[in-house]
Design a protein around this ligand. Structure first.
Ligand code: GTP
Length: 223
């Protein structure tokens, strides 16, 4: 780590090294639960005018500041539909720092699918140390509720995940989408995950610690 920081310093002259930690958070769950809307809400600050089924994966990034440090949160909005996932699945699970499982509170099937998503995560050798959270979306649709808080909380507890119930559309009366992702970022920051450095003028991002393959082995979730 030291030598990598020195490298950055030498490239930037006498100024302190400019480094940005990047957290990769994957968002997974059935098609239509609102993964795109949630990630868009966090990164763009609003509900999207319209969405289409995600093909493969979409990336959204937001730079946030925690305790004076600028951190780049990179959200991987993955396709819920199997036919749009196939070719991309291996890429989702590389260098993951946190996993957000999403279900739709008005769709019991999406809740029943969660064990399969957790299993897919486990099959990709993601280890215990990666934080995971469970998000019940579309809480604004109160009349259509199919998954109550109690049953969701039980499920979350049994998988050692915090539960957040929210609405990407109208987050006023529940957990705020922003607050949910900020909670994850705070947790990651304190865990000092993979550090990446951005060299000014270069535009590139240098992995400072390990090769991708090494990271693939060591950064894993405990699904
Ligand atoms: N009422 C309500 N509708 C929502 C909310 N979030 C998403 N939707 C709607 O749900 C539909 C699906 O949203 P997406 O964000 O595209 O779902 P997705 O999980 O990304 O779907 P895939 O890309 O197919 O995996 C869209 O019509 C959204 O407008 C919400 O919080 N409340």
């Amino acid at each position: 780590m030291e030598s990598s920081l020195e490298l950055t310093t030498s490239l930037t002259g006498t100024y302190p090294p400019l480094r940005t930690r990047i957290f990769k958070i994957i968002v997974i769950g059935d098609s239509g639960v609102g993964k795109t809307c949630l990630t868009y809400r966090f990164c763009a600050g609003k509900f999207p005018d319209k969405t289409e089924a995600t093909i493969g994966v979409d990336f959204r990034e937001k730079v946030i500041e925690i305790d004076g440090e600028k951190i780049k949160v990179q959200l991987w909005d993955t396709a819920g539909q199997e036919r749009f996932r196939k070719s991309m699945v291996q890429h989702y699970y590389r260098n993951v720092h946190a996993v957000v499982f999403v279900y739709d509170v008005t769709n019991a099937t999406s809740f029943r699918s969660l064990p399969a998503w957790i299993e897919e995560c486990r099959q990709h050798s993601l280890g215990q140390e990666v934080p995971r959270i469970l998000v019940g979306n579309k809480c604004d649709l109160r009349h259509g509720l199919q998954v109550g808080t109690e049953v969701a909380q039980k499920f979350a507890d049994s998988h050692s995940m915090p539960l957040f119930e929210t609405s990407a559309k109208n987050p006023d009366d529940n957990d705020h989408v922003e607050a949910i992702f900020m909670t994850v970022a705070h947790k990651l920051k304190s865990q000092k995950p993979l550090m990446l450095s951005q060299v000014p003028g270069d535009g590139g991002v240098l992995p400072l610690r390990k090769s991708e393959d090494e990271d693939e082995k060591s950064w894993s979730c405990g699904c």
